[in-house]
Design a protein around this ligand. Structure first.
Ligand code: HEC
Length: 150
């Protein structure tokens, strides 16, 4: 009898343990999904796209590749921001259901990591190619998760 009561108590203890909410996280989402895009991801991507390739007009060709250390640093910093924002978008509060979400963000992060390296090497061709790759990752996610055309 005592044993049985002890077992019941043990069971209640275990069940209560199961129902206990998981540890509260110290972080809290601030920006909603539109703000994450418009305020963080898009401006950083623009820094990279604005630093690669050339603008061709009647007056001539304007090379967009950075010509100063500060210019290359800006590309690297934008790439680093995108690499870390990829982590944030995987977190509860930002992540969306679906296996593809995480996979695409891993692709975004991998591209951003390569961009950091390209900027550190001041490799304009690599930044151009990776900028294209970056664009493809944005589109891949939007095709799956955003119904409206952007
Ligand atoms: C992992 C998925 C994912 C990736 C990667 C992604 N986006 Fe998005 N993006 C979304 C979602 C989801 C929305 C729709 C947000 C909403 O309507 O709440 C969106 C919307 C947007 C919008 C429109 C926001 C508005 O006001 O409606 C822009 C601009 C945008 N993304 C830019 C980008 C750029 C630039 C990249 C790549 C550097 C990118 N996104 C990569 C998921 C993603």
């Amino acid at each position: 009898m005592v044993m049985a009561r002890a077992f019941v108590l043990f069971l209640i203890f275990v069940l209560a343990g199961c129902e206990e909410p998981s540890e509260p996280q110290p972080y809290k989402p601030i920006a909603d999904s539109k703000q994450m895009m418009n305020w963080i991801l898009d401006p950083q991507a623009d820094v990279i796209w604005g630093s690669a390739g050339a603008i061709i007009t009647i007056e001539g060709t304007q090379d967009l590749a950075p010509t100063t250390q500060e210019g290359w640093d800006n590309v690297r910093n934008a790439a680093a921001t995108i690499a870390e924002v990829s982590n944030v978008l995987m977190m509860p509060g930002h992540a969306r259901a679906g296996a593809d979400w995480i996979e695409i963000l891993q692709g975004l992060q991998a591209t951003a990591v390569q961009l950091i390296d390209a900027a550190e090497r001041q490799d304009a061709d690599a930044v151009f190619d990776l900028g294209g790759q970056l664009y493809n990752v944005c589109v891949a996610c939007h095709q799956l998760y955003v119904l409206t055309d952007l």
